[in-house]
Design a protein around this ligand. Sequence first.
Ligand SMILES: NC(=O)c1ccc[n+]([C@@H]2O[C@H](COP(=O)([O-])OP(=O)(O)OC[C@H]3O[C@@H](n4cnc5c(N)ncnc54)[C@H](O)[C@@H]3O)[C@@H](O)[C@H]2O)c1
Ligand SMILES: [Fe+2]
Length: 438
Amino acid sequence: MSESVNSQLFAGFRAPKEIVFGAGQRRSLPKILNGLGTRVFFCIDPVMASHPDVERLVEDVAANGTDVQKFTEISPELPMQDIAAAVSAAEKHSTEVVVAIGGGSSIDMAKLVSCLLTHPGDVRQYFGEFAVPGPILPIVAIPTTAGTGSEVTPVAVMTDSDNGVKAGVSSPYLIPAVALCDPELTLTCPPSVTAASGADALTHCIESYTAIRRENKPDLLSSRVAIGQSALTSSLALEGVQAISEGLLDAYRNPDDLDARSRVMYGALLGGLAFGTAGNAVAHALQYPVGASTHTPHGVGTGLLMPYVMEYNQQARVPEYAKIAKIVGRAIIEDEVLADEVSEEYRALILASDAEANTSREQEQLAAAAPRLVQQFLSEIKIPSDLSQIGFDPATIGTAAEKGVASKRLCDNNPVPLDVPGAHSILTAAMKGQLSGS
Ligand SMILES: NC(=O)c1ccc[n+]([C@@H]2O[C@H](COP(=O)([O-])OP(=O)(O)OC[C@H]3O[C@@H](n4cnc5c(N)ncnc54)[C@H](O)[C@@H]3O)[C@@H](O)[C@H]2O)c1
Ligand SMILES: [Fe+2]
């Protein structure tokens, strides 16, 4: 660290006022709410609503002298037209605080409910960055997937089915007051949800770790929600890659493995903290049109696309990709199923003490291998490795490339500029399943 503490050092960070992480910590909710309000509106994932731990939690909050109202009509990927019913129920309840229990879709619903209760109107007027006019009701976010990091981020994403796109509200006011992360709540996630949400978390870590570096200007944080890579977010993002690499394969194969679940949820939290300030980039921009046309979960698309976007960005981020290759590569080498898939040559490079110990030529070799290693890792949890496997129509590549590039907020954050031909080339490689690196 001492080498990097110099006049070039820059860091920016936004986060909830309180973050609590640990098995069993959900039980701290009644006490947490004491300081926030007595009329509580719960946005609860429909699957989790009948989970005994969740039922008990709501009962405990009610027994603490709090007026509770539950809302559970929340669909995956959060269709925009479902938001109004939740806002109206929350309004009738004279809500003072909103609690989300669920995956990204439920947490994002809570953010939008809280926003629209405080600033009534059409949600579309808040699309984009900094459009929310002021503070919103406090939110306590309790994730039940290990993925989106929405419990700490300034973003709420919804599906605009009329236009076939994902749309986002991005404002520091949306950051929950409290993130309460209890990995025991993820034990019931089926492998498909563990895989999609875990792949998304890994993508958040990689995209924020390798995002653009902007000039250290005084108005950087006030003019952008996603400011690009900086010291605080980079260290969290890399730690997130580590935690997810250590836990995701076991969490997928053995759903009851609480230790593995904890590592992945911790990695997802770190990914959220990192991208919440740094921002995501092109894997997310291209997932939006791909997800809308194939109706596949967000994390399946981001995980599938990430290796191809890494290949596109590779020359601009050699030391970063070398580090990622070493962490993900080590997880592959140490895994009993995947161990033999790494050649002797790469095994030696990956296991050398740290990335700085590799020569610049070796770093280039590692960086070139990074997309393939990430793809191998994600293939083991059945994330498809090409777009044909999720039914993407090759005739729509041109439209998807245009829609992806139109997500300017995300594309501006990429370390390499993206134009429509660039997006076309990434999608074409992803269609053919062609990664050139070894
Ligand atoms: N706001 C952000 O910062 C942010 C970041 C990334 C993605 N997102 C958005 O989040 C959404 C995806 O969220 P997600 O991946 O968490 O999935 P999700 O919330 O859509 O849930 C996926 C499925 O898993 C089920 N589920 C959730 N928790 C479960 C559990 N513990 N046990 C059993 N089943 C469970 C749900 O019922 C649902 O069927 C997308 O709309 C995506 O665009 C938001
Ligand atoms: Fe994501």
